[in-house]
Design a protein around this ligand. Structure first.
Ligand code: T6T
Length: 325
């Protein structure tokens, strides 16, 4: 575990490079605990590892096999129990229920940076939870608004639409639905949001739920899939029902599958997040904090690439498709 005790700030600033490259005991050690195994977090892991290599940091990674507090908490507890971590970079799987478990990390002297999802309301300066150094991730409410406008355009501003999402109380997907509903309510009087289902991060469930909605609402015009599992499940159900191109899908998260469906005309818009940036910057923030930097932003929005049929082959856009080995 890396220690700074009683070292003047000026000396700290000068000592960053030697410290990062020094002996094993002095190396900064970061625990990386994302939400679930999926292409989004796999790309984030590439960012974490790239920064760790560039900055001479050790990383211990645990990726939960399934989404949820009950899976993430024991992995977190085991990370804390190791006794050698200086920082934990994590995507909390519930904005309230992960506060206590992550407070235990703080109590054990481990600092916390959240990526992709946040705790409380995400305002670490003035909100109900202030212990994380920073939230580094998408502005998901804005992403929901972009998705809504994209879907509205694809269905000529009228008709019934449906949201397939993963879980309640998760800041990312919750924000996306909020932004989506806000735009539909305020800007598109002829569009009706007919339902919202939670698939619990299971793509097969997303397929079944979307199929059931297609059966229940035969004049459905569009679907918003709020993440990898939701969007890919929704797109699959639309194709299975023989409605590809008739029922429009907007896909949050740029998997190769979503891009294929965009090419085939099933998906009309793909919103790529920047998970590599999230992972890379989180490690940079840990190193900066360890060096005594005190003005790190408490929130960093990493932005999007908006991918449609007209730009999907532009290398400046396609570089944001989640490329995983
Ligand atoms: O959409 C991402 C992530 O932003 C979200 O918090 C959870 O789902 C994903 O990992 C995609 O599956």
């Amino acid at each position: 575990m890396f220690k700074i005790i009683g070292v003047p700030l000026a000396a700290l600033a000068l000592s960053v490079a030697p410290l990062a490259a020094s002996a094993q005991d002095d190396q900064i050690t970061i625990g990386f605990l994302p939400g679930v195994v999926d292409p989004f977090y796999q790309v984030m892991e590439l960012g974490v590892n790239a920064a760790a290599e560039d900055l001479g940091v050790k990383v211990v990674t645990q990726i939960p096999a399934t989404w949820g507090v009950e899976v993430q908490t024991p992995l977190l507890d085991a990370m804390i129990a190791r006794g050698d971590l200086d920082y934990i970079v994590t995507a909390p799987t519930d904005k309230e229920q992960m506060v206590g478990p992550l407070q235990s990390a703080i109590d054990a002297g481990i600092k916390v940076i959240t990526v992709d999802t946040f705790l409380g309301d995400g305002d670490y300066a003035n909100g109900p939870v202030t212990f994380p150094i920073s939230y580094i991730g998408s502005d998901n409410v804005e992403g929901g608004r972009i998705s809504a406008r994209g879907l509205a355009k694809a269905i000529d501003g009228k008709g019934k639409v449906y949201i397939n999402s993963t879980n309640p109380n998760v800041s990312s997907v919750e924000g996306r639905a909020v932004g989506f509903n806000e735009v539909m309510d305020n800007e598109y009087p002829d569009i009706e949001v007919v339902g919202l289902d939670f698939n619990l991060d299971d793509q097969n469930t997303a397929v079944q739920q979307t199929a059931a909605t297609l059966a229940r609402v035969p004049d459905l015009a569009g679907v918003f899939g709020t993440n990898v599992f939701s969007a890919n499940g929704a797109g699959t159900a639309v194709v299975n029902a023989g409605l590809g191109g008739e029922v429009q899908v907007v896909a949050y998260d740029a998997t190769k599958f979503a891009i294929e469906q965009l090419r085939e005309g099933v998906v009309s818009l793909v919103l790529a997040q920047k998970p590599f940036d999230m992972g890379y910057m989180a490690v940079q923030f840990a190193v900066a904090d360890a060096a005594g930097v005190t003005s790190l932003p408490r929130r960093v929005e990493t932005g999007f690439a908006i991918i449609d049929i007209d730009n999907l082959d532009d290398p400046e856009v396609s570089r944001f498709v989640y490329q995983v080995p």
